[in-house]
Design a binder for this molecule. Structure first.
Ligand code: AGP
Length: 657
C-alpha cells in the first residue's frame, strides 16, 4: 500500500489514541548489545509526544531451560511521575540486577489516564491473577464495569482502578475455562484465549499480550485504536504509532480493525476476531520520525483538527451505562444534590467559554434550569449570587487556567457545588472540584484549541442530558434518541473535514484581508466567536464576531464594499433572520461566505460563497458547523506563513491572572 508523503490515512485507523503501546519479540542472537528493556523505553520515548502521566514495561524473564524446565516469569517496572516516568523506569532498570534471559520478548506503555488516576497501581502493563499474563492497552473498554463485576464474582482480584486491567483477567478467565480440555491437541493458545476475551469487550482497543507460556511470541490486536507492526533485524515489533518503529524495522504492516495476530521474530499470524485467517498487507512509509509524530500532517494543529471525530467518539464511549445513567468520571456530588440544583453557571476562558455558550441552549432547553455563562476573569469580580443549590461548572482543557481556578475557588467559598470539565486527569481544577468529567481528547499540543473545544461541547451536552433525566424532564427514550444523534456526530464531523479542499480555496481568496466579521444567531453565535478566535490567534487577523441581530445596533457601520463577512447560516428556527442579516451586509457591499447545510439553495442564492456542512439537529450542530471555520483559520494562517502550533504572544496554558 503506497502511503502519500504528506498524509498517512491508515485504513479505518484512528489517527489518535491517548496512550502509547510497544511490543517487541526478537531473537536473542540478534539482540546485539542493547538490552530489550532499554529498547522498549527508547521506543516509548518516541511516543512521548502523545502525552502521558505514567509508564511501564514488562519483560519475559527466563524461559525454556536446556533441560526443558520452564522457569519463565514476568519482570515488570512501572512509574507514575508524569512525563518523568520513563526516566524513572530507566533508572530502576539500570539499578536492578539484569534478569537472566530477558531479551526475547517485552511490552511497554505510556498512559494518558482516562479511567483512574495516574498512579503506579493504575499504570500498565497490567497482570492477571497468576502473574503469567501481562497486557498493555490503548483505548476504552466501554463495558469494563460489568466485566469487572463478573470477574470479581468468579474469584478474580483486580488490583487497579482502570478499565484496561480487565483484559488480562479475561484472558486468564478463558484459559481457566479451558483447563483440562484440549484445543486441537494443545492447551488453548494465548492467541485463542485473547481472541475469545476480546469478543467479550465493547469499546476500543489496541493491545499487546505477554504470556510466560508462550516463550518469545506475543499477541497483538486492535479495534478502532491504531496499531502498526514492523518486521526486520531479527525482531518483530508492534506499536500505537509509526514513530516507535521507524528505522528499527525493514517492513511495516497495519492491523485492520478487528484483527488479532501472534507475532514472533520471524512471523506474523493474523486472524479476525471470528478466528478466520487474515493476511496483513505491507505499507510503504517514507516518513521521518517527526512527520510520523504528526501522523503525516505538517503540524500538530492539523493533526488535532482532523482527530476531532475520534476524540468525540472517545468522549462518548462508555458514558451511559446499561440503565441509561450517565457515568460521571469522579463525582462527589450526589444525584439528590444534582436534582436540587436551581441554577447553573458555566465559567471558562477563550474556547472554553465558547463551549459553555454553545451548551447553554441545550442545557436550558432540556433541563429548564436557568444557566449563566461567564468569562472566568469577569465572574470572579461581579459578586455572583450563588447558594448551595447552585452548580458551577469550570471548563478548562488544561485544568490550570488561573482565572478559571480562581472562579471556582469563589464558587466554593459561596457554597456552590463545583464540577470540572477538563482534558487533563488530576489537573488542578479536577482536584479543587466536587466532581469531574474528562473530555478524553488526548493531548492537544497546538496552542489553538480544536479537539478539546468539540469534546468539551459533547461532554457538557451529556451532562445536560443527565440532569434532565434526573429531574424527570426527559425520559430515557428521549435521552436515548439524543444520545444516538450525539453518536452520529463523529461521522458528520469527518464529512465536514473531508471538504478541506473547498475551504482551502476560500482561504486563498481571503488571505489578504485585514478585517473579518463573523455573525451568527443562537448556537451559531458562539460558533462565530470560536471561528473568529481561531483566525485571531493563529492568522493574526482582526476578526470580530457579533450576534447577527446586533449588527444594526452599530457594527454595520463598519461594513463597506469588499468587507468579508462569515455567516453561520445552517438550518434552524432563526435561519430566515440570518438570511435577512446576510442581505443587510450584502446591500452595503460585503462579500459573504456562509456556512450552510448541504442542498441549502436559499442561503446559496444570497451568499457569495458557501462552505457546506452536513445537517444535524441545531442544538448539536456547532461541533459540525465550526469545522470549516477552524479549517479556514488554519489555511489562512499557513498561507500567511504563521506558526500555527506556536502562535506569537500565546501559551497553551495561561497560569497567570
Ligand atoms: C483557544 O484556542 C486558546 N488556546 C485559549 O483561548 C484557551 O481556550 C483559553 O486559554 C482557556 O484554556 P483552558 O481551556 O486550558 O482553560
Amino acid at each position: 500500500m503506497q502511503i502519500q508523503a504528506q498524509r498517512l490515512r491508515l485504513p479505518s485507523t484512528r489517527l489518535d489514541g491517548v496512550c502509547g503501546i510497544i511490543a517487541i519479540t526478537r531473537n536473542p542472537a540478534a539482540a546485539g548489545e542493547q538490552p530489550l528493556a532499554g529498547l522498549l523505553i527508547d521506543c516509548l520515548e518516541r511516543l512521548e509526544y502523545r502525552g502521558y502521566d505514567s509508564a511501564g514495561i514488562a519483560l519475559l524473564v527466563g524461559g525454556m531451560e536446556s533441560d526443558g524446565a520452564d522457569d519463565a516469569t514476568i519482570w515488570r517496572i512501572r512509574a507514575a511521575v508524569s512525563t518523568q516516568s520513563l526516566q524513572e523506569i530507566k533508572k530502576r532498570v539500570q539499578s536492578a540486577p539484569r534478569p537472566p534471559r530477558s531479551d526475547s520478548a517485552g511490552i511497554g506503555h505510556t498512559r494518558w489516564a482516562t479511567h483512574g488516576r495516574p498512579s503506579e497501581q493504575n499504570a500498565h502493563p497490567h497482570l492477571d491473577c497468576t502473574g503469567n499474563i501481562a497486557v498493555v492497552h490503548n483505548g476504552i473498554v466501554e463495558n469494563w464495569r460489568e466485566l469487572a463485576e463478573e470477574l470479581t464474582a468468579s474469584g478474580h482480584e483486580l488490583a487497579s482502578e482502570t478499565d484496561s486491567e480487565v483484559i488480562a483477567h479475561l484472558i486468564e478467565d478463558e484459559l481457566r475455562m479451558d483447563t483440562g480440555t484440549q484445543l486441537h491437541n494443545n492447551y488453548m493458545t494465548t492467541l485463542e484465549a485473547t481472541r475469545r476475551a476480546l469478543r467479550r469487550i465493547t469499546g476500543s482497543f489496541a493491545i499487546a499480550v505477554l504470556d510466560t507460556r508462550s516463550n518469545s511470541s506475543l499477541v497483538v490486536a486492535r479495534r478502532l485504536s491504531p496499531l502498526v507492526v514492523g518486521m526486520g533485524g531479527g525482531m518483530c515489533m508492534a506499536a500505537s504509532d509509526l514513530p516507535a518503529l521507524l528505522g528499527l524495522s525493514g517492513s511495516y504492516y497495519v492491523l485492520e480493525d478487528g484483527e488479532i495476530a501472534e507475532i514472533t521474530p520471524e512471523s506474523i499470524k493474523a486472524q479476525d476476531l471470528d478466528g478466520q485467517a487474515r493476511t496483513l498487507h505491507p505499507i510503504h512509509v517514507s516518513w521521518d520520525i517527526e512527520a510520523a509524530q504528526k501522523s503525516g500532517y505538517d503540524d500538530f494543529m492539523g493533526k488535532e483538527l482532523h482527530e476531532q471525530p475520534t476524540a468525540v467518539m472517545d468522549t462518548l464511549l462508555g458514558r451511559f451505562i446499561s440503565d441509561g445513567k450517565l457515568a460521571l468520571d469522579e463525582t462527589r456530588i450526589t444525584d439528590d444534590e444534582l436534582r436540587e440544583v436551581d441554577k447553573v453557571f458555566i465559567v471558562g476562558c477563550g474556547s472554553s467559554f465558547h463551549s459553555g455558550l454553545v451548551v447553554k441552549h441545550a442545557l436550558e432547553h432540556w433541563t429548564r434550569i436557568p444557566t449563566e455563562i461567564d468569562i472566568s476573569s469577569e465572574f470572579r469580580y461581579r459578586d455572583p449570587i450563588l447558594s448551595s443549590s447552585s452548580l458551577v461548572i469550570g471548563v478548562s482543557q488544561s485544568g490550570e487556567t488561573m482565572d478559571t481556578l480562581q472562579a471556582i475557588h469563589l464558587a466554593r467559598r459561596l457554597n456552590a457545588k463545583v464540577l470540572a470539565v477538563s482534558n487533563v486527569v488530576d489537573s488542578s481544577i479536577t482536584r479543587q472540584s466536587d466532581g469531574v468529567l474528562y473530555t478524553r481528547a488526548g493531548p492537544e499540543i497546538g496552542v489553538a484549541a480544536t479537539k478539546t473545544f468539540s469534546t468539551q461541547i459533547v461532554t457538557l451536552q451529556m451532562l445536560a442530558l443527565y440532569l434532565a433525566q434526573l429531574r424527570g424532564i426527559l425520559y430515557h427514550d428521549e435521552t436515548s434518541l439524543i444520545m444516538d444523534q450525539l453518536r452520529d456526530l463523529p461521522r458528520l464531523m469527518q464529512d465536514a473535514l473531508d471538504r478541506d479542499e473547498a475551504v482551502r480555496a476560500v482561504a486563498e481568496d481571503i488571505a489578504g484581508q485585514r478585517d473579518l466579521f463573523y455573525i451568527g444567531r443562537n448556537t451559531g453565535y458562539p460558533v462565530a466567536l470560536e471561528g473568529a478566535l481561531k483566525m485571531k490567534e493563529i492568522a493574526y487577523l482582526r476578526a470580530e464576531a457579533y450576534p447577527a441581530g446586533e449588527l444594526k445596533h452599530g457594527p454595520i457601520a463598519l461594513i463597506e464594499p469588499g468587507t468579508v463577512v462569515l455567516a453561520v447560516a445552517t438550518k434552524g428556527r432563526l435561519q430566515k433572520k440570518m438570511h435577512t442579516n446576510i442581505s443587510e451586509v450584502k446591500s452595503r457591499g460585503a462579500k459573504v461566505i456562509a456556512v450552510a447545510n448541504d442542498g441549502d439553495t436559499g442561503t446559496a442564492a444570497l451568499a457569495d460563497h458557501v462552505l457546506y456542512v452536513p445537517e444535524t439537529v441545531s442544538l448539536l450542530a456547532p461541533v459540525v458547523d465550526v469545522i470549516p471555520l477552524q479549517l479556514l483559520a488554519y489555511h489562512v494562517a499557513r498561507l500567511r506563513g504563521c506558526d500555527v502550533d506556536r502562535p506569537r504572544n500565546l501559551a497553551k496554558t495561561v497560569t497567570v491572572e
